[in-house]
Design a protein around this ligand. Structure first.
Ligand SMILES: [Zn+2]
Length: 281
């Protein structure tokens, strides 16, 4: 009989949504209160040497407050979400030589001293990277890094160190993509990931906080089939899936990881607990 075993997200869900917001600015407070209201989760990419700075920028004659969250606010504000590195000084990491490595290591040390977990993520400042930067990230213990290249798809990346998002929140097709994501299933219920990114000060800059609230309001109506998640939770789950070990006849699966993995076996959802072997046919 024809059988198709496909990864499923936790609880048999076929979709996941993750957010990625940069620079640790004060507007993260309003964004996070909206995310928490709708049960949305995400990752915030901060610069350890630009914490608690008062600053602004002027674009087209409009002053935008780009001040950053202070050290004593970080733990409470970001507690339901993930903090990742963004380079201690927010330098373009290409052409920096070894100091690019230093910027990542400095971020890791700073945030790991502040938080209770190991910091393993990154977003490329200005979206700039090359093979040297990727190799330095690997050396620095970083396991995923976000680019700024929109795919307008819901594909799970082949290489997490070049993790292209679905789109920026200002994309004119944002709600069309949200509708497609929520109402259409891929062939064989292949799992799909919506990855949204931006800077929260842009909502002040363009006076468009309504855009993100409408997106959250719409997508949260489909929460039964969507896993709301941080970036690192996506990476860890997919790695756990990739580490499943199958018996020679394909009837049994062993899960050596520390978390339960779900499979969609020709339409039947099967959970494989940590350190257990399960019959899948
Ligand atoms: Zn940035």
């Amino acid at each position: 009989m024809l059988s198709i075993n496909m990864m499923s997200f936790p609880e048999g869900k076929s979709k996941a949504l993750t957010l990625s917001y940069d620079d640790g600015v004060l507007q993260d407070k309003r964004l996070i209160s909206l995310m928490n209201k709708y049960g949305i989760k995400g990752t915030f990419n901060l610069n350890s040497e630009i914490i608690g700075k008062v600053r602004s920028m002027t674009v087209d004659g409009i002053d935008i407050n780009t001040s950053t969250v202070s050290e004593d606010e970080i733990l409470e504000l970001y507690k339901n979400h993930e903090i990742a590195t963004h380079g201690s000084k927010h330098s373009a990491l290409t052409g920096l030589g070894a100091s690019a490595l230093q910027e990542i290591i400095d971020d890791r040390i700073y945030f790991e001293n502040l938080l209770c977990y190991i910091v393993r993520g990154h977003a490329y400042p200005f979206g700039l990277y090359d093979n040297n930067v990727i190799n330095m990230l690997k050396t620095a213990g970083i396991c995923y890094a976000r680019t700024v290249k929109s795919t307008k798809t819901f594909d799970i990346p082949e290489n997490f160190l070049e993790w292209n998002p679905t789109c920026h929140h200002s994309d004119k097709d944002l709600m069309l993509l949200a509708e497609k994501f929520c109402t259409q299933n891929a062939l064989f219920n292949k799992p799909e990931l919506f990855y949204l990114w931006g800077h929260s000060y842009e909502f002040d800059q363009f006076s468009n906080w309504n855009v993100i609230e409408e997106f959250f309001e719409y997508i949260s109506k489909f929460s039964k089939n969507i896993w709301f998640v941080t970036n690192i939770e996506v990476v860890d789950y997919i790695n756990a899936y990739k580490n499943l070990i199958y018996s020679a006849d394909g009837n049994k699966v062993f899960n050596p990881s520390i978390q339960t993995v779900w499979l969609n076996c020709t339409g039947k959802i099967i959970s494989i607990p940590s350190n257990k072997t399960v019959y899948i046919s």
